[in-house]
Design a protein around this ligand. Sequence first.
Ligand SMILES: [Zn+2]
Length: 557
Amino acid sequence: MKKLLSFVITLVLFTSSFAQNSVVNEPEFSLTSIEMQRPKLVVGIVVDQMRYDYLTRFYNRYGNDGFKRIIDGGFSCENGHYNYIPTYTAVGHTSIYTGTTPSYHGIIGNNWYDKFTKKSIYCVDDNDYKSVGADDGGRKSPRRMLSTTIGDELKMAQNKRGKVIGLSIKDRSAILPAGHAADGSYWFQGKKEGKFITSSYYMDKLPKWVQEFNKNGNAKKYLNSTWNTLYDINTYTESIADDNKFEGLFKGKKTPTFPYDLKKLKKNNGNYDLLKAVPYGNTIVKDFAEAAIIGENLGQTQNVTDFLAVSFSSTDYVGHKFGVDSKEIEDTYLRLDKELASFFKFLDEKVGKGNYTLFLTADHAAVQVPSYLKTLKIPSGYFDNKDFKKKASAFLLDKYKSDDLIEDISNFQIFLNKSKIKELKLDANEVAQSLADEVINYKGISRAVTARTMQTANFTEGIMHFLQNGYNQKFSGDVLLVPNPATISYSKTGSTHGSGYNYDTHVPIIFYGKGIKKGSSKTLVNITDIAPTMSSLLNITFPNATSGKVVQEVLED
Ligand SMILES: [Zn+2]
């Protein structure tokens, strides 16, 4: 009955649109024809910690149906960059889908020191809600994100027709991309659970298709298997030796080398949490994305556009443990390429070639392991947070006779103790400036500026511009630090990210499918340009705080 009704409505709309076109001076496009041009499904794919050069380094090893299919058949922005500091996961996912930077959207880190409650908070924690699907891990919401996402705008543009779903291994990578008005968002709960869960922010009970997926036994199967290289390890020529001192170890393993017997390792590595850190985490997400499309009937409704945000996180865990030049990374990407090929084929079959539009990007890239860079004589280093705090505190004690002026140092930001400053009748701006002038002398620090500088100057390019885009007057610290290139606050093994340097900012930005031109370009594209570009393709309002621009060259005329 519903189908028949929608057929009749379509017929009526068609007839009226034809009638309009026959009248001189009527607009060429009625709203109906714009709706008709929209894809039935938009898929956003984020690959956590994917550097742009993973496309080129492993290109010869990729098959024709994964990364290569969307590069060759779609539009690749080869000079796509993050345009703010810090380049962390929650911030990246938020900026992709809101089209703006932390100065507007308010997600200034994964965790940050909250000036108001005087404690460190996690971006999506929200105790107003309950965990759904497991006892733990689901008390979350997107409420700290202050602006709308593409999904939110699509929802409003279609008067709530059309579904918006987010999913990932990581909660923050599923919640923030889906937005505030999402129909659902699901993430993987490790430990003893090994299943996808959600928050009562979205619903009180997991949908049947999620419950069924959780019962399919695949997570258990993967956790009892072995991770070995997909091809003969001797053919892995785009990475350094498997056994090297720049890589971290799983607990209970003596060398960072293949094969990884997960059955043996699981007990000491968080049980199901171990799956996140190996390529099977991506496999599970791909399977779950397909289950979501079937379970929610995404892309199946005439004249309605659904939205699915998928984020692959295992790439990030592998990069953090083994570093960007490891055999483990090479294998993880060769496997992800196959997952993508299979996912694209699924989209062709279920939604139909030409009925969907997708984009693929990353939430940040990553640095080469500094201890490895040292062996190449490339300047690099490790920032010692503890020692830094000791020296900064000693300076303040000497100058202002108080050892209580620093409340917190995190994410390369210093938060001053405002009540203590007031009590001592000091000038907060002067304290901040004298501290900035002092700590610039500290080893590995390249810039130290005050919040007041961020509020009063206008930087239009370079690292200071990025710092300003990431600075939020309400939430950020009082002194902001920028370390030297390749200087990180991290362990001596594995890679990390967070800076405004090219190794962290340069990521793939690829568009593919309905409404997208074939081609590539080396013109600079900012990460904040994805949301307005997709909004333009969909003919909907931009997310409300968008600061990016439409990349017109990727869109069909
Ligand atoms: Zn990330």
